[in-house]
Design a protein around this ligand. Structure first.
Ligand code: ATP
Length: 780
């Protein structure tokens, strides 16, 4: 998070065990860091002596011989530096001073310099961080009973939260399952004065990534330690000669709903953080998962993963469809999908790239006008769409990360579930799952100062800054939450402040060189724990048939009109496909560069926006040679064939969609007609109501209440041809930044490495060997 954080100076005191020369106040915390020059001088002297002790420790490295050091060794933050992989189960001892021992072991030279600091423990009333985190139940209690911070109390809390002093209250190690259940929908029963409405809080998890090879080679040390799958200890290393900074050494302790060490598998992360959310979404609730952290900390790895280790997005989709299949007998599920990115403060549709989308707020919340909502029938199809979206996502190598995401990506899956209840009314439930991979906060120096990356970085930081402002405002219980400060926060409005079960996964790196970023991430994650969202109710409505004959007749006419429109759209799509096929055959017959070029030339309006399209380089000397022209023509033909295949698949999908809609509507119309013939005026006479309405007759539309208004859905349907048209796909602006992915480097032979319009693919999902071909990719 690009917000400077102040750290509280820890009083570093001499801890020479059993020393006779030690002044009597040596083990007491300084009363005030500014209480006189003399005191400061004394502190400096103590520090100097401490240095000497560190050197002495070199000569006497065996702590067992020293009872005081033995006491230090029992603290979890001690031996932090032995191995990042080692995960300790024991609880930190209480009642002792907080101790940090720095082990300046230099792997290269095999020498060790150890320094020990005793951090004075603050009185319990001062400890803000994690005071209530004795165990999950204790924490829930605390969250329920603790009123929102008033304005006056905030600065104090903030200052304390940045300090190194924390009170650790031991609690049982939390189990990975059942966490969300306990912490969700926490009713503020004990604080009726604060809020009468039930609330749930954001669950916050931390994931530590393994040390990268490069970092190991550079001699980096691990500054994070995770204990009991919950506590995170962060230690700052100091340069021995930097006496001024010695006094500002920071050691922090945080506690989260769960913390994952670097050895945690993707499946474990998924089942702990998201599995329950998926279940809730199927029952008609909203859920959001977002990964947050500095650049290179592992957000995209957690969200998307790799071929061998798929991430949360992929696992959630698979789980979702498995569960839908299991329940298919008891109802009718309809899944819609959208995928967008926020790049340089513009919102772009990743599934159907085109002009930037405009965000609008209506009574359903923030919606991206014109965002494509794909109806998905299987997990494989969603994987294909995900892969397609990732191809369009902007990634770029930076100094900090070879495959840095330069945009925030939001995958949204809407599940509509329709079932008849006991009284034969149609009950409609809609759940929405948002999976968000944020771009990483970064320092300009860490990435690149001189290039377009710096502009991207500035925009990423700006939006993350806006996110932190929103988190602050929400935690402080302010009336005005500045969502409008950035597109990202506008889109996250539902997740942060709406009726939504929200999970935050904070990704951190173990490398001591990124201590500042890690501390920032943990600070904001710690803060986010205090955010309360509105209690997430089931989005449910019961649909009823219009009562009077006139209304039923109106409905009938409306449905017939809709059917006609759908048929026209289908015909339109077929026509477009034929045109593209003809162009493809023409190009095949005479693949002259000019004809192919003319086919591929995007419209003039698109050219204006087409700043990201890779241009032929003079340096490569391939622009004007006959071979290059031939190669270009062949490539263009291949591209066209691919496009035709995609379009054919799309038409097939639409056909299937339309046919099922038409069939359903025809059935219902027949049923309506039959019903009105048999029992004329039944509605007026108060006969049994039929549980059918317009909404129920439109299976393709997600609930208008939650996604878009009916009017906008109709508009969208009307313009669906335009959104999904072949020409629309051709016209999609080629981004200015080239597309890179980490699959580009990890799986060189993967289909994901294939270039599309000069951009490298990011997603791996389509290349799964066992995956059935997506409906999008099927040829008619
Ligand atoms: N848990 C993990 N296990 C193994 N490798 C990991 C893990 N987390 C991250 N990595 C690796 O670390 C590198 C950086 O990860 P990733 O691209 O996910 O970072 P990021 O936070 O998304 O960065 P950015 O914000 O710049 O996009 C990748 O090479 C990734 O494979």
């Amino acid at each position: 998070m690009p917000v400077s954080t102040r750290s509280q100076t820890n009083s570093v005191e001499r801890s020479k065990p059993g020393s006779d020369q030690e002044p009597s106040h040596a083990n007491l915390p300084l009363r005030n860091p500014h209480h006189g020059l003399k005191e400061k001088m004394r502190a400096l002297t103590l520090l100097y002596e401490q240095q000497k002790q560190a050197a002495a420790a070199l000569r006497n490295p065996n702590p067992k011989s020293d009872p005081e050091q033995l006491r230090f060794a029992s603290h979890p933050s001690v031996e932090l530096f032995g191995s990042c992989k080692k995960e300790e189960r024991e609880e930190p001892k209480q009642g002792s001073h907080h101790v940090m021992r720095e082990n300046n072991s230099n792997a290269m030279h095999n020498s060790t310099v150890t320094r020990t600091y005793v951090l004075p423990q603050p009185p319990p009333t001062h400890a803000k961080e994690n005071v209530a985190a004795a165990g999950l139940n204790d924490r829930i209690l605390s969250f329920t009973s603790c009123p929102r911070k008033s304005k006056a109390s905030t600065p104090v809390a903030r200052r304390l939260s940045m300090g190194g002093h924390v009170q650790h209250v031991p609690g049982p190690p939390r189990e990975s399952s059942g966490v969300a259940e306990g912490a969700r929908n926490v009713q503020e029963s004990e604080t009726p004065s604060v809020s009468e409405t039930p609330t749930s809080r954001i669950l916050v998890f931390v994931r530590l990534r393994p040390m990268a090879k490069k970092e190991k080679e550079a001699g980096s040390r691990c500054c994070v330690r995770i204990v009991n799958r919950r506590d995170v200890y962060l230690t700052e290393f100091a340069n021995e000669n930097d006496y001024l900074r010695l006094k500002r050494l920071r050691g922090r302790h945080f506690m989260f709903d769960a913390s994952f060490p670097d050895s945690t598998s993707q499946q474990e992360v998924y089942s702990t953080t998201t599995a329950e959310l998926v279940e809730a979404v199927l029952q008609g609730r909203n859920g959001s998962v977002f990964c947050y952290g500095a650049t290179g900390a592992g957000k995209t790895y957690t969200m998307l993963g790799t071929l061998e280790n798929p991430g949360v997005m992929v696992l959630a989709i698979k789980d979702l469809f498995t569960k839908i299949r299991q329940r298919s007998c008891d109802g009718n599920h309809v899944v819609h999908l959208s995928y967008l990115e926020v790049y340089n403060e513009t919102v772009r549709d990743l599934l159907s790239p085109g002009r930037p989308l405009v965000l609008r707020e209506d009574k359903q919340g923030i919606v991206a006008a014109g965002l494509t909502q794909y109806r998905a029938y299987s997990a494989d199809e969603v994987m294909a769409l995900l892969q397609q979206g990732n191809q369009n996502r902007t990634t770029e190598p930076t100094r900090a990360n070879e495959t840095s995401s330069r945009s925030h990506a939001i995958l949204q899956v809407v599940i509509e579930y329709r079932v008849k209840d006991a009284s034969m009314n149609v009950v409609n439930r809609v759940g929405k799952l948002s999976l968000i991979d944020l771009a990483g906060s970064e320092r300009a120096l860490a990435t690149d100062q001189r290039t377009a990356r710096s502009l991207e970085g500035a925009n990423i930081n700006r939006s993350l800054l806006a996110l932190s402002s929103c988190i602050n405002a929400l935690v402080e219980g302010k009336k005005h939450i500045p969502y409008r400060n950035s597109k990202l926060t506008q889109l996250l409005k539902d997740s942060l402040g709406g009726a939504c079960n929200t999970v935050m996964i904070a990704n951190i790196s173990p490398c001591n060189l990124t201590f500042g970023e890690t501390q920032n991430t943990l600070h904001w994650a710690d803060r986010a724990k205090e955010i309360r969202t509105k209690a997430c109710e089931v989005n449910e409505e019961t649909l009823q048939l219009p009562e009077t004959d006139t209304d039923q007749a109106k409905l009938l006419l409306e449905l017939q009109k809709e059917n006609r429109e759908l048929r026209v759209q289908l015909a339109h799509q077929k026509q477009k496909l034929l045109v593209v096929q003809a162009q493809s055959f023409a190009a095949n017959a005479s693949p002259t560069p000019s004809s192919v070029a003319s086919l591929l030339t995007p419209p003039t309006s698109a050219q204006a926006n087409d700043k990201r399209k890779p241009r032929p380089s003079f340096l490569t000397r391939t622009c004007f040679t006959p071979e290059s022209k031939k190669r270009g023509a062949e490539e263009a033909v291949r591209d066209l064939r691919r496009t035709v295949k995609t379009l054919e698949a799309e038409i097939e999908r639409m056909k299937k969609d339309h046919t099922s809609q038409l069939k359903q509507k025809d059935d219902l119309i027949r049923e309506l007609l039959r019903g009105s013939e048999k029992t004329p005026g039944a509605g007026r006479e108060g006969g049994e109501k039929r549980a059918v309405t317009r909404t129920s007759l439109r299976p393709q539309e997600p609930s208008t209440k939650r996604i878009v208004t009916r009017a906008s859905m109709r508009k969208q349907e009307a313009s669906i041809g335009e959104l999904k048209s072949p020409s629309h796909r051709f016209r999609s602006p080629v981004p200015t930044a080239k597309k890179r992915s980490f699959w580009d480097i990890t799986t060189a032979n993967s289909p994901s490495v294939a270039t599309l319009n000069g951009r490298k693919t990011r997603s791996h999902v389509i290349s799964e060997p066992a995956a059935a071909p997506s409906m999008l990719l099927q040829v008619i």
